[in-house]
Every structure is written in structure tokens, then in C-alpha cells.
Write a protein that binds this ligand. Structure first.
Ligand code: DC
Length: 251
């Protein structure tokens, strides 16, 4: 149990028992979509912390479904099987005593296991399955709790929270994305080559943007932010300035 071992529910914590709800229209939701390595995850976390909002890392949900599916022996192409896994996913998001994010799958710490490039590629595969996407919808809606939510993913503004008053589409050049991803993985102690990463990023972009359901693309009313050459702080400042002008409850 998280609370008995010093784990804290924090801004990343979802409701413990997600119900099939539509998003609460009174809760402001800021969506940040974009391709792999665009810096969405880092920016979304910083913005959520600055605003005191909850955070939805929707990519983690797809990564968890892929991992749980393989642990349970679900065949790679079994869509109903993966949808069942998505519905039954027993996951807890939280932080440990050192303020590091921790993700538990059925009580086991999978924080690192779901962040490998292989786990990302597997996630991209299950994310192309329509029944998996539907099964995760209500779970994602349940994250929209007061005082607000920053939702990070590929289809946050287009499908999951289409009513969001502020949709950001964050991108960066493929080379810069590969370099950033390389640094991120190296910092986590994982070894990968930049050339291999570039190739994987291109393949994943193609698969994510060409799938028939919820493909990666900016919402029509999204603000497109190209972060190539910008620091994290510069991007966060731009997003916060937009949040202050677009979200009524923020000043
Ligand atoms: O953001 P990420 O790298 O953790 O996402 C892993 C995969 O999940 C990515 O290849 C695409 C998929 N994904 C998705 O299809 N829809 C989302 N909202 C988030 C992620």
C-alpha cells in the first residue's frame, strides 16, 4: 500500500477508483500534445507544478497497458485482450520521499521498466488499437479534478479533452528530439545510440501520426510551439503566459 510505505499521492495521483465520467466542465484542462522527444513530459510537469494542477501522463498509461499485457501473456495482436488489460489496469502514480515520481503496477514499481525505448515502441503498438483507446478514455477523464489538469499526450486536445480552453502542440526538429531523448535516457542510466534513437523516433512518429484512430496531429485550435533552440524555462514561461491569458481562474 502506498500510504503505509511512505509513498505520497502527489500531483500525479489519479482518483483511486476512476469512474466512467465525462470531464468536469468546470475544471480547467490545459492540453499538451506533440511527438516523442518534444519535451512535453518535462514541460507538462513543470507547468502543472507552477499552476498547482494535477498531471495526466497519458503515454504512461499506454506503456503500462503494453507491459501488463505482455506480463499476462496477451498475444501482441489481441485487441480485446489488451482492452481488458486497459480496463483492469491496477496502477498508482505517486512520489517517493525524495520527490521522485514512482509508478506502481499491481503494487510493483515499474517506473524504470516502462521508460525504455522498447517499452515505448510496445506502447505505440497497443496505442494503435481502437478498443484500448476507448478503454482508457474514462480513466483519463477522471484525472480532470479541481483545481485543474495539465494533460500530456498525443490526442489530449483532439479526442480526450476537445473542450480544453488551451491546447498546446509542442514540437521540435527530429534531430533535436533525438539529442534530448539521448540525454534523458543517459541521465536515467540507460545506454542508447543517437542514430538508433533518431531512427526509432522517426518510426514512432510515423506510426503515431498515420494510425486511423486518434492520430498525432495538432487540434485545429491548438497553439503550435516549436521548442527547437529554446530552453525548458523559455518554453514553460510561454505556456504559463498563455495559461494566464486563456484560463479564467489563473491570474
Ligand atoms: O509519450 P510517450 O512516449 O510516453 O508515449 C508512448 C506511446 O504511447 C507513443 O508512441 C504514442 C502513444 N500515446 C498515444 O497514442 N496517445 C497518447 N495520448 C499518449 C501516448
Amino acid at each position: 500500500m502506498l500510504n503505509n510505505s511512505g509513498w505520497l499521492h502527489a500531483i500525479t495521483a489519479p482518483p483511486t477508483n476512476p469512474q466512467p465520467l465525462t470531464p468536469n466542465p468546470l475544471t480547467p484542462v490545459l492540453t499538451i500534445d506533440g511527438p516523442s522527444g518534444s519535451g512535453k513530459g518535462t514541460i507538462a510537469r513543470r507547468v502543472a507544478t507552477a499552476l498547482g494542477f494535477h498531471l495526466l501522463d497519458s503515454g504512461a498509461l499506454y506503456r503500462l497497458v503494453a507491459l501488463a499485457g505482455s506480463q499476462q501473456g496477451v498475444a501482441a495482436d489481441d485487441q480485446p485482450g489488451h482492452a481488458r488489460v486497459a480496463r483492469e489496469l491496477e496502477v498508482q502514480f505517486g512520489m517517493d520521499g525524495a520527490g521522485e515520481e514512482r509508478i506502481l503496477l499491481a503494487g510493483t514499481d515499474v517506473t524504470r521498466a516502462i521508460r525504455t525505448e522498447t517499452a515505448g515502441a510496445e506502447a505505440s503498438r497497443v496505442a494503435a488499437m481502437p478498443p484500448v483507446r476507448s478503454a482508457l478514455l474514462s480513466r483519463q477523464h477522471a484525472f480532470a479534478q479541481p483545481p485543474g489538469l495539465v494533460a500530456d499526450g498525443r490526442d489530449m486536445g483532439t479526442v480526450v479533452f476537445p473542450g480544453s480552453p488551451l491546447k498546446i502542440y509542442l514540437t521540435a526538429s527530429p534531430d533535436e528530439r533525438a539529442l534530448r531523448r539521448h540525454k534523458q535516457l543517459k541521465d536515467k542510466g540507460l545506454t542508447v545510440t543517437i542514430a538508433g534513437l533518431s531512427q526509432e523516433i522517426r518510426e514512432r512518429d510515423l506510426r503515431d501520426s498515420s494510425r486511423p484512430v486518434a492520430p498525432l496531429r495538432p487540434a485545429e485550435d491548438a497553439v503550435i510551439l516549436d521548442s527547437t533552440g529554446l530552453t525548458i524555462e523559455q518554453v514553460v514561461d510561454q505556456v504559463l503566459a498563455l495559461a494566464r491569458s486563456r484560463l479564467p481562474a489563473i491570474s
